[in-house]
Design a protein around this ligand. Structure first.
Ligand code: ADP
Ligand code: MG
Length: 677
């Protein structure tokens, strides 16, 4: 017996137990080797006229024998001589395929698509087999040889028989290991079935470019005998047929212009188990230092579990048409978790486990490029097919917003322009850039209102107040909206008409434009402001003065109301938002970072009922022009403390109601209303 070379035993052990995380990949490795062998023969025949190889005959065959517990992978490829068996299978980490590639580097062109490169894949057979027998006959040789090993100490090579050039790899499977307490057993028998093997072939080797054939058992109806009576029941019989299991064409390798949309859609639906066509198909081929093909899809609808914990993002990762990983999560950022597709790179090694993949520099480079491509495709859809984009956004927009929030605003430059919000003025979905472009001169912030119902929001006094001043308000109805805005803090609107601080500069610029110069543009930093929080600073000088005077004049009234409302409000003040007699008599706003809406969202969350949860700092704003205010002032004047108290409570409760928050004591509220009537 010949011993494995160079510490092979240790290496073998290491390989079998740690390189591969998954035993079932042995079949993928053997099929890849068979495909390489066929590829080499094919390649040689293309470059050597004297060789006669019929392309149509080139194939890989997989079979099994349940009684003998064997699986055989055969090919009619280039085969191996005794020396090659020794060199390629007797030396771990020696790759004959890699050698072949280098030798033929100049002439190979597109003809060669060799998978092997590390010289370890073959040994994965020992993860499931206790013996491996390789019968091989090199092309152009008369003799065949048999290599055999138990994968422990060494191997033997002896003369043997094979009718034709090519190789048979015969695995004798290990015995099943029964599972016991805590330990999972190992069931090798599952590979000894037509179904089990077919499944593995389709999963890992579906796009290997030569047919992978298997003898399969089928059933058919026997012909009806001539003399069959009326009560004849059809009879069935089993028969065997050679079937090609793999689909062979890796659609992602093709140029976009060579593929019909219908074929992309079909591939998408069957591969990713969707019944709807994808909204977009992105196909690209990277060349240069790192070569790969990518075929990506943006689904037409959100999978039902997209927002659940069980949802797994990721793209299928292939290396030269052979699947390495079904869902490689590192290829996609979380906010693009809805993207499905395939990445295939010959540069990514087959023999890597999950752990090593994560630190893979190449993979990170691919991921960055994919992210950019998805972003630019979404931008294209946003600008050129708004209807489709709105549908996309309905499906996946929440994830994009969450991406900004989860990165504490760091991803805003990438994602903010992909967001859509409902414009109260335009009555449709618009982007932040569109909002900025439509702003009247003098508007310094983007205004939004948050709540769960668009209709209710549009009627809120704080919203109508801002609209009345000619400023649009974005009506935000998803819980994540306000958190997203808060993490962004501002939006930078590009290419806005320049604002001139002093008149001289403005006049000079206007003159220049009149003389034919391009108008000057600038980037403008716009704060994102909730119309219901803080000081919006919208009032004119006159309005401010009026409010100040009213505050002074009615200081007693405000302190009496504040006293009546106690801790429910931070203060009671004259409103700078509600300024005309037709406006609502009062509204609730907040001071500080937490808005009423955010308070509601947090309360719904898992920590919602924990004591000491921060609450919004409420301010009861009163409309000094409203008739109700006059009544209040009169009551205060008359020294009717009970009436002031009653009105304060009512105004507070009804302002809350408008915000969609129930009065703390609905019974008392109802009673008070009745009393008034
Ligand atoms: P790799 O495929 O990465 O080169 P393997 O350990 O899978 O490494 O295989 C080692 C070498 O054995 C291959 O490079 C190839 O030269 C040879 N080999 C394996 N299987 C076959 C086969 N079916 N026909 C011909 N050569 C083979
Ligand atoms: Mg290999």
């Amino acid at each position: 017996m010949r011993k494995f070379k160079t510490e092979s035993k240790k290496l073998l052990d290491l390989m079998i137990n740690s390189i591969y995380t998954n035993k079932e990949i042995f079949l993928r490795e053997l099929i890849s080797n068979a495909s390489d062998a066929v590829d080499k023969l094919n390649f040689k025949s293309l470059t050597d006229e004297s060789m006669h190889v019929d392309q149509a005959d080139l194939a890989i065959r997989v079979s099994f024998d349940r009684d003998a517990r064997t699986i055989t992978v055969s090919d009619n490829g280039i085969g191996m001589t005794a020396e090659e068996l020794e060199r390629n299978l007797g030396t771990i980490a020696h790759s004959g395929s890699e050698e072949f590639k280098t030798e033929n580097a100049e002439s190979q062109g597109d003809a060669l698509d060799i998978i092997g490169q590390f010289g370890v894949g073959f040994y994965s057979a020992f993860m499931v087999a206790k013996r491996v027998r390789v019968v091989s006959r090199a092309f152009g040789e008369d003799e065949a040889h048999v290599w055999e090993s138990d994968g422990l100490e060494g191997y033997t090579i002896e003369p043997g028989e094979r009718a034709e050039h090519g190789t048979d790899v015969i695995l004798t499977l290990r015995e099943n290991v029964p599972g016991d307490a805590g330990e999972e057993g190992e069931n090798y028998d599952r590979y000894l079935s037509e179904w089990g093997l077919k499944d593995l072939i389709r999963r890992y080797s579906n796009y290997v470019r030569y047919p992978i054939q298997m003898m399969v058992t089928k059933s058919r109806q026997k012909p009806k005998p001539e003399d069959a009576g009326d009560d004849y029941k059809p009879e069935y019989e089993d028969y065997e047929e050679l079937e090609t299991i793999n689909s062979m064409t890796p659609i992602w390798k093709k140029r976009r212009e060579d593929v019909e949309d219908a074929d992309y859609n079909e591939f998408y639906k069957s591969t990713f188990h969707d019944f709807e066509d994808p909204a977009r198909t992105i196909s690209f081929h990277a060349e240069g230092a790192l070569e790969y093909d990518a075929l990506l899809f943006i689904p037409g609808r959100a999978p039902f579990d997209l927002y659940s914990k069980d949802y797994e993002k990721g793209l299928a990762l292939y290396s030269s048409n052979v699947m390495i990983m079904e869902k490689c999560a590192d290829l996609l950022p979380d906010y693009y978790n809805f993207v499905r597709g395939v990445v295939d790179s010959a540069d990514v090694s087959l023999n890597i486990s999950r752990e090593t993949l994560q630190q893979n520099r190449q993979l990170r480079a691919i991921a960055r490029r994919i992210e950019k491509r998805v972003t630019s495709d979404l931008e294209d859809m946003r600008d050129n097919d708004r209807e489709a984009y709105e549908k996309f956004f309905e499906n996946f927009g929440r994830g994009l917003k969450y991406g900004i929030y989860a990165s504490y605003g760091a991803k805003a430059t990438e994602l903010a322009d992909l967001l859509l919000f409902w414009s109260a003025k335009e009555q449709k979905m618009i982007t932040l850039a569109e909002y900025a472009k439509a702003m009247p001169e003098g508007q310094k912030a983007i205004y939004f209102a948050a709540g769960d119902d668009r209709d209710r929001l549009s009627k809120m006094p704080v919203v109508t107040g801002v609209l009345a001043r000619g400023f649009d308000v974005l009506l935000c109805t998803q819980d994540v909206d306000e958190f997203t805005f808060q993490s962004m803090r501002e939006y930078v609107a590009r290419d806005m008409p320049k604002v001139y601080e002093d008149d001289a500069a403005r006049e000079a610029a206007e003159k220049a434009v009149a003389d034919g110069a391009e108008p000057e543009l600038e980037d403008r930093h716009l704060e994102l402001k909730n119309v219901a929080t803080g000081d919006l600073d919208l009032a004119s000088e006159d309005e401010k003065k009026e409010a100040e005077e009213a505050s002074k004049e009615h200081a007693d009234l405000f302190s009496a109301m504040k006293e009546a409302l106690g801790d429910h409000v931070q203060k009671v003040a004259v409103s700078s938002r509600l300024v005309s007699a037709d406006d609502a008599p009062a509204c609730i706003t907040t001071e500080g970072p937490l808005s009423l809406e955010m308070e509601k969202v947090l309360k719904r969350g898992p920590e919602g009922d924990i004591e000491g949860m921060p609450t919004a700092q409420r301010v009861l704003e009163l409309n000094a022009k409203s008739p109700v205010f006059a009544k209040l002032a009169a009551a205060q004047e008359a020294g009717d403390a009970d009436k002031v108290k009653l009105y304060a409570g009512l105004l507070y409760d009804q302002a809350l109601l408008v915000e969609g928050i129930l009065p703390e004591d609905p019974v008392a509220f109802a009673k008070n209303v009745c009393e008034l009537m």
